[in-house]
Design a protein around this ligand. Sequence first.
Ligand code: F0G
Length: 459
Amino acid sequence: MELPFAEPYKIKAVEPLRRSTREEREQWIKEAKYNLFNLPSEQVFIDLLTDSGTGAMSDQQWSEMMLGDESYAGSASYFKLKKVIGELLGMPYFVPTHQGRAAENLLFSAMIKAGDLVPGNAHFDTTKGHIEFRRATAVDCTIAEAADTNLDHPFKGNIDLHKLEEGFKNNPKDKIPLCIITVTCNTLGGQPVSMQNIREVSALCKSYGIPVFFDAARFAENAYFIREREAAYASHSIKEIVREMYDQVDGATMSSKKDAIVNIGGFLACRDKELFDKISMYCILYEGYLTYGGLAGRDLAAMARGLEEGCDYDYLEARIGQVAYLGKLLKEYGVPFQEPTGGHAVFVDAKKVLPHIPKEEYQAQTLAIELYLEGGVRAVEIGALLADRDPETRENRYPALELVRLAIPRRVYTNNHMAFVAACLGNIYARHEKITRGFRITKEAPIMRHFTVELERAT
Ligand code: F0G
């Protein structure tokens, strides 16, 4: 018998969790104006809001925190990180940033101007926010297969080369400052991009003289999928695949709160010295001096170690295996989700769970609230609330998919927690026909409204 995977670590410290009653949760979510971001974490039993900054650091990383060098300039911890980024990713230049969106801010300050077009595969919301804030447009060139949640496609994060080239042909080159490949593609379900697609996108962009950057938050999980699903890479190491991925691109923004398994931090890496010099100016302006970029020395040291740990095959197998395990249980309950399961999360298909709720009443948000009420599980809406209004027309944008993301923090929850979450959704699905009304917005911000939106029950 082939032996199953098991986590390549054991637990040294535990954090108590408190269960609550349905009555308490009814009250709390009402006080939170039906926005799960407003809930104090003590009111949550299992928190699947995000896998970002919520991972458990290893004892080695905690040791690095003690070894952190807090010098303002030239910190030893900076050089530790520089060495890892150079060796693992092959990127000669980098600046640390306080998190991923800060790296986006620096890169886009240097590269994007009003009226520009930035193609990519379903840009993450902060990426899109930073692009639109500069009066530029994020153009989604993801393959059409990604929108069919039933379809079992190995690389739903891939970019459609035809769509991409149409954009290149129909617009002047100086309006397309860069192309962004998000690995894995969070918005579409943590879906990976194949090495072949990365290569082809890179070659096409090169032929039009357009630089390519990774939004690299979950690059190691993407590398794992390439190893598992792309025949040519079955016997490669994760590090070899990672290096080959980065070899195709001009640079990357990184939220280290994901695959570098730290609670805060990010960086921006690139190959071009001229671009690096421009970015350096913005880094000093927005983040801090070039060798700390808004972080403590200990954060840099923990990040260097985390980048190595995040690329460990056995760790990735257990991590992505846990996500798949949750998917398997949901399937047993008949709950529809984006298939196959992604690297960091399961994305439940709210349109299919709650088909009676009109899209104007926010199907995914309604399901996320039901899930909280059922078992104190906090997930996040990836649907019409997140999609915001069109910046020009101010009309609500209704995306093709209404998803509830169950994002799994790294090395934090056990499979019993996953079984609990699946049972909650199983119960909701069993009574889904009785849920017929959703929510109405009472207050919203002009951009990225989902973080602070206030809602009431539609009647
Ligand atoms: N890019 C991707 C693909 C992301 O998923 C995120 C964050 C960012 C960029 C921004 O990084 O948070 O460090 O500033 N995603 C989190 C999430 C917030 O919940 O998926 P950040």
